[in-house]
Design a protein around this ligand. Structure first.
Ligand SMILES: NC(=O)c1ccc[n+]([C@@H]2O[C@H](COP(=O)([O-])OP(=O)(O)OC[C@H]3O[C@@H](n4cnc5c(N)ncnc54)[C@H](O)[C@@H]3O)[C@@H](O)[C@H]2O)c1
Length: 259
């Protein structure tokens, strides 16, 4: 049965690493309960330390698995208040690479189609069990503009932004809010190889008005806000959490960090 002492019952995908793990840990820290989805048992081993966390290994491209993860949340905690549809993959290839279209299909399957699958299972469960249903999707500043060699990722993240807007039209009247966060560069498993090259890490930081990369916890805070009653009138929105990157017209070099 639902524990009314639990703040929010959340499904978090990609909870084995980076932004998803930070979000899942923040929900738990603030009195919530979490069903944590990621590809492997090992990546979810951290949940063993949390009585209100359920590890649910599986692939978000599997629609049946997403249905089962939502059902597991309702079964374990009596309701579903939030779904953080965050699992994602990068991986650029030149357009003319022989594997380009296979990679495109893979990226679209994980970053876009799987989010549609998550929405179609999470929203009805929220409608049936929660008075504060909120879906938060992790988009990207790469969905607001282009990156060299990352056309597939760019397309997937632009797509997920308008997927969110469409879902917001369908589900607003049913009491389920739907929003995106759009992270800029954040130090996570996805960006380890970029961060490991100091010149690259620095060059990317120089394009960000705050002159640094983001931290997973900073994204988790924004996700938590969008999922919380504090955001009760925020719906169909894209919240950049990017140190000002998306506000930079890009015409001039930015001032270096003063302190
Ligand atoms: N790190 C950044 O700079 C950045 C910037 C913008 C957007 N994002 C987005 O943030 C989200 C989280 O990424 P992150 O930076 O924390 O990276 P990460 O690699 O640390 O975490 C992503 C997690 O998603 C999981 N995942 C991938 N494919 C999956 C699948 N098919 N099924 C289940 N789980 C799967 C991975 O195993 C991994 O644990 C992604 O959607 C990513 O595109 C990241």
């Amino acid at each position: 049965m639902a524990d009314t002492a639990i703040d929010a019952v959340a499904l978090v995908t990609g909870a084995g690493s980076g932004i998803g793990r930070a979000a899942a840990e923040l929900f738990l820290e603030r009195g919530g309960a979490v069903v944590a989805v990621d590809l492997t048992d090992e990546s979810l081993a951290w949940t063993a330390d949390h009585p209100n966390a359920v590890a649910f290994p599986g692939d978000v491209t599997d629609d049946a698995n997403n249905a089962a993860a939502v059902a597991a949340a309702v079964e374990a905690f009596g309701r579903l208040d939030a779904a953080v549809l965050n699992a994602g993959m990068a991986g650029g290839l030149p357009f003319e690479d022989p594997d380009a279209l296979a990679r495109f299909d893979q990226i679209i399957a994980v970053n876009l189609r799987a989010v549609a699958s998550g929405i179609r299972h999470a929203a009805p469960a929220m409608r049936a069990t929660s008075e504060r249903g909120s879906i938060v999707i992790t988009a990207s500043t790469s969905g607001l503009g282009g990156d060299p060699r990352n056309w597939a990722y760019n397309a997937s993240k632009a797509g997920v932004i308008n997927l969110m807007r469409g879902a917001a039209m369908d589900y607003g009247s049913q009491g389920v809010r739907v929003n995106c966060v759009a992270p800029g560069p954040v130090e996570t498993g996805m960006t380890t190889r970029l961060v490991a090259v100091p010149q690259l890490q620095h060059a990317m930081a120089r394009r960000i008005p705050l002159q640094r990369w983001g931290r997973p916890r900073e994204l988790a805070e924004a996700i938590w806000f969008l999922a919380s009653p504090a955001a009760s009138f925020v719906h169909g929105a894209v919240l950049p959490v990017d140190g000002g990157l998306s506000a930079n017209a890009g015409h001039f070099d930015l001032p270096e960090r003063a302190v």
